[in-house]
Write a new protein. Structure first.
Length: 317
C-alpha cells in the first residue's frame, strides 16, 4: 500500500476521533497532517541555505615609495595574479595611488571598484585611495560613499602647507551597500587605513567608524576591512572598534591558517613584534568558517610589505 494511502487512512481515523474533542481538533489535525507527511512521506523541515562570501583585506604598499627591487613595477603583476587566483568576492585595498588603481582595474576584468583619493588631488604625491574592488557578477553597489576620519567627516579637510608643500591631511573610509545578487541580501562594507600613530587619533577614528554604522538596520550584514596600524586583541584601538557588536574574524573563525601577524617587510614570516594589524571585522548574522594570513610569493618575491588576509564568511538565507 502506498505512503499516501496510509496518510489518508490515518487522517480519516484522526478526524473521527477529534469530533469528540472539538475545541482542540483543528490544531491537532494540522499537527497530525504534518507529522504524517514527515514520518511516512520522508519529508524534511525546511532549512535555511548557507551562503558563502569570500573577503580579503590587502595593503598593497604605495607605488610612490622607493623600495628598490620591491618597487611597484616589479611586483604589480603578482599582486593582480594573487587577487585573481584567490578570487575574493570583495577586497578592501589600502595605500593605493592612482597608477595602481588604473593598473588593477585593467588587470582584473571581473572586478569593478569604488573610492576616491583622500587628498582630492588626482592621486598625486602622498595621497591614497582605500578602494573597494568587487566581483560585479556577485555584488552590485546600491549606495556608496566616503567620509574622512576628522572633525568634519563629510567635508574634505583643509589644505595645509607643510615644508613648502600644500597637502590635504585626513585619513578616509570608503564604504558601500551591496546587493548580493544570489540572495538579494544587503551587504555593507567599510574599508580604511588608520594613521600609524596609536593613541587618541586612532581612538577617535575607531569611534567614528562605529558611530557611522550605528544607524544601519538591525541584523545587517556588515564587514570592515583595513590596515588599522594597531595590534589586534591587545590595543585600545581594537577594543574601541569591537566594543559595540563588531567581531574580529580571526578570533571567531572556525579555522585559522598562517601567522597571527601581518607585517611582512617583503619577506617570509618573521614576527616583527607589531602583531596582527590588518583586520577583517564582521557584524550581524555572519559566521566565519576560515581565515588565512596569505603567504603567497613568486619565487621569493612577496606582493607587499603586508600579507593579505582572506576570510570565508557565511550567512543563512
Amino acid at each position: 500500500m502506498s505512503t499516501w494511502i496510509f496518510i489518508r487512512l490515518w487522517i480519516k481515523i484522526l478526524k473521527t476521533g477529534f469530533r469528540m474533542v472539538p475545541r482542540i481538533s483543528n490544531a491537532l489535525f494540522s499537527v497530525a497532517v504534518i507529522a504524517a507527511a514527515v514520518v511516512l512521506g520522508g519529508s524534511k523541515w525546511p532549512q535555511a541555505a548557507v551562503v558563502g562570501l569570500d573577503v580579503m583585506t590587502f595593503n598593497v604598499r604605495t607605488a610612490n615609495a622607493d623600495d628598490d627591487e620591491n618597487s611597484w613595477p616589479n611586483r604589480k603583476d603578482f599582486v593582480a595574479e594573487l587577487i585573481q587566483r584567490r578570487s575574493p568576492d570583495v577586497v578592501g585595498l589600502q595605500e593605493v595611488v592612482r597608477e595602481q588603481v588604473e593598473f588593477l582595474e585593467e588587470a582584473l576584468p571581473h572586478y569593478r571598484w569604488l573610492g576616491i583619493d583622500r587628498g582630492l588631488n588626482g592621486g598625486e604625491g602622498l595621497s591614497e585611495y582605500t578602494p573597494i574592488f568587487y566581483r560585479h557578477a556577485e555584488l552590485s553597489p546600491i549606495a556608496s560613499g566616503n567620509f574622512w576620519l576628522s572633525q568634519t567627516p563629510d567635508t574634505p579637510p583643509e589644505i595645509r602647507e607643510i615644508r613648502g608643500r600644500r597637502r590635504r591631511f585626513g585619513r578616509i573610509v570608503t564604504w558601500a551597500r551591496f546587493h548580493h545578487v544570489a540572495t538579494g541580501r544587503a551587504v555593507y562594507l567599510y574599508n580604511t587605513h588608520l594613521t600609524i600613530r596609536q593613541g587618541q587619533r586612532q581612538l577617535e577614528s575607531a569611534n567614528l567608524i562605529v558611530e557611522r554604522m550605528a544607524s544601519l538596520p538591525d541584523k545587517s550584514l556588515v564587514i570592515v576591512t583595513g590596515d588599522f596600524n594597531a595590534p589586534a586583541e591587545t590595543s585600545a584601538t581594537w577594543r574601541a572598534v569591537t566594543a559595540d557588536g563588531l567581531l574580529d574574524a580571526w578570533v571567531i573563525a572556525k579555522e585559522r591558517q598562517g601567522p597571527a601577524f601581518t607585517l611582512s617587510e617583503f619577506g617570509p614570516p618573521v614576527d616583527w613584534d607589531v602583531g596582527r594589524i590588518d583586520w577583517i571585522l564582521v557584524g550581524g548574522p555572519f559566521s566565519v568558517r576560515s581565515i588565512e594570513t596569505v603567504l603567497d610569493h613568486d619565487g621569493g618575491r612577496y606582493p607587499s610589505d603586508h600579507y593579505p588576509v582572506a576570510a570565508h564568511l557565511e550567512f543563512e538565507h
